[in-house]
Design a protein around this ligand. Structure first.
Ligand SMILES: C[S@@+](CC[C@H](N)C(=O)[O-])C[C@H]1O[C@@H](n2cnc3c(N)ncnc32)[C@H](O)[C@@H]1O
Length: 212
């Protein structure tokens, strides 16, 4: 999937995204935000914020920036911010592969249901690590391919089909984290169907620079 295709697919989704993916993934979004371990005054980045389903869940004593590639998804998010008076949250249209933020700007970074939709997940994770401060939290909420050989084979087979509906099914956590400066603190399976994982990482990059 290239970025043009991602934008096209999610522009179509934007009209009914909340209806399809709102309630069913609500509890896992709550759990993922809890695992960011936010403290008063923290600066948070949410990558691939979409229609902003997670935005009402952030504490008001933090500053939150949400980025996304797809304009129509962000329009929905902006409406939520206005309707709910979420003045501590700001949205920007941006490609997570090349973020326009300086190094180490954020205390915590979340990507919820995003890593399987981006064309280059390793580059996005490298960017998340770059913009997150040393010792900061990075949380990934995503499906990762199962160690089970049979399931992995099925996931690999159906992955080209899945890209037509906006995600890939065969992303491997181990290869995603390979050669990063991220330490996994917790890896929890979450509903629906325990098919999804919340991976809580600490950014161990050196204090003076980026991960690579
Ligand atoms: C499945 S939706 C997840 C939305 C939201 N995080 C949620 O929990 O419902 C994936 C989102 O990632 C965005 N996305 C995909 N590739 C991206 C990229 N390279 N940079 C920024 N956003 C991207 C899509 O536009 C879409 O809004």
């Amino acid at each position: 999937m290239d970025t043009e295709k991602v934008t096209k697919v999610y522009s179509v989704y934007s009209g009914f995204y909340d209806l399809l993916f709102g309630k069913i993934f609500h509890d896992s979004r709550v759990a993922a935000i809890n695992l960011l371990g936010l403290r008063s005054g923290d600066r948070v980045l949410e990558v691939g914020v979409g229609t902003g389903l997670s935005l009402p869940l952030y504490p008001r004593n933090c500053t939150v920036i949400g980025i996304d590639l797809t304009g129509p998804m962000l329009v929905k998010g902006a409406k939520k911010i206005q309707r709910l008076g979420l003045g501590h949250i700001h949205l920007q249209q941006m490609d997570a592969t090349h973020m326009a933020f300086g190094d180490s700007l954020f205390d915590a970074v979340l990507a919820a249901y995003v890593m399987s939709t981006v064309p280059d997940p390793r580059q996005v994770l490298a960017e998340m690590s770059r913009v997150c401060r040393p010792g900061g939290r990075i949380v990934l909420l995503n499906h990762f391919s199962n160690g089970n050989r049979l399931i992995s084979r099925v996931e690999k087979t159906i992955s080209p089909l899945c890209t037509w509906i906006g995600f890939r099914s065969d992303l491997c956590l181990k290869s995603l984290l390979d050669e990063t400066c991220l330490d996994v603190e917790q890896n929890l399976k979450v509903n629906p169907f325990n098919y999804w994982h919340i991976v809580q990482c600490v950014n161990r990059k050196p204090a003076h620079g980026a991960a690579h």
